[in-house]
Design a protein around this ligand. Sequence first.
Ligand SMILES: Cc1cc2nc3c(=O)[nH]c(=O)nc-3n(C[C@H](O)[C@H](O)[C@H](O)COP(=O)(O)OP(=O)(O)OC[C@H]3O[C@@H](n4cnc5c(N)ncnc54)[C@H](O)[C@@H]3O)c2cc1C
Length: 362
Amino acid sequence: MLLEFIWDLEFLLLEFKSITLHLKKKIMDIQTNFSLKNYNTFGIEAKAKQFISINSIAELKEIVTKNQDIFILGGGSNMLLTQDIQKLVVHIHLKGREIIEENEDFAIVKAQAGENWHEFVLWCIQQNFGGIENLSLIPGNVGTTPIQNIGAYGVEIKDTMFSCEALNMKTLEIETFTNAQCKFEYRESIFKHELKNQYIITSVCFKLTKKNHKVSTTYGAIETELKHQNIYNPTLKDISNAVIAIRQSKLPDPKELGNSGSFFKNPIISKEVYEKTKALHPKMPHYVVSETEVKVPAGWLIEQAGFKGKRFGDAGVHKNQALVLVNYGTATGSEILNLSKTIQQTILEKFGIAIEAEVNVV
Ligand SMILES: Cc1cc2nc3c(=O)[nH]c(=O)nc-3n(C[C@H](O)[C@H](O)[C@H](O)COP(=O)(O)OP(=O)(O)OC[C@H]3O[C@@H](n4cnc5c(N)ncnc54)[C@H](O)[C@@H]3O)c2cc1C
């Protein structure tokens, strides 16, 4: 009898210990006054009032149920923090990737939102799955790729994205969006407009080729880079390596110099406006987008306006790539934002063209 009582007591004690540990962990998980310096590639010193890293859908649902006013953070590579975030910052750390369907020709691969994009690209190349190799070395998370339809070297995520899953923050249901439902455009999707701040993307599926890969080498300097390496029949890995080499030679590494990639989108203007501007600036380059529209490289406009390589305190325009604004060390988000506004105003006055920020200003 006494022995049973002692056992029960011990069992209760153990239960109590595990509950306190669990509670302690829960309380410890949410950190307060948390520095985001290492969580944004601009390296801006800003604080989150509260911060939590999420590892499962269950945790995500629990957090969303309890806190409607949250800020979602992926890899922090497409944001400029101009102030502290007076909300709970939810860092998406959902991990995992799997082949969910395949036949002789295609594989459908699913990656959780918190997977690192570049690591995912390399993993796909290792399996000989083609379609995203031109998007090598783009920083950030898989889950963020549909938001601005990431693109580089003639390829965009919309070319291979099969579907994505997202948590509806009101109903707490996971919903599936097809490629068409995402309403992709150049650096745009439904998640930046009608559905802004209503969904948290939890996973993304890509339909990738297993053979007869449609390699795209004509854009930018890929072909030149491959020739330089004496490669005339490139594999997926060769293309990825070429893209990596070009990017490393042109773009600053955020670990060494804070930046968020292209700060501005390339403006799309009507052919009419283009013709008028071209008459005044005959060397202005352009790419045809449609019968009525052309795209003008924002980097060229910024360079012509004399900003390339300019530095204003610790905020500046990169010396090799005028589209990239940089933080030389201690620039504040507001300083970089002010520089971006000066650039926009100057371009508007000089060329009559409005350039929009690609980076999310917070
Ligand atoms: C050096 C460098 C080079 C780059 N090159 C390119 C390039 O070639 N092409 C290109 O397209 N981009 C490029 N970028 C921009 C950036 O890498 C991409 O936009 C990337 O997809 C951002 O991912 P992230 O996880 O870092 O997003 P974050 O910066 O963390 O978030 C961006 C926005 O999405 C929201 N968000 C984040 N995760 C989720 C989610 N799971 N659900 C809902 N909302 C979410 C955030 O609240 C925020 O508003 C570059 C950036 C850098 C620093």
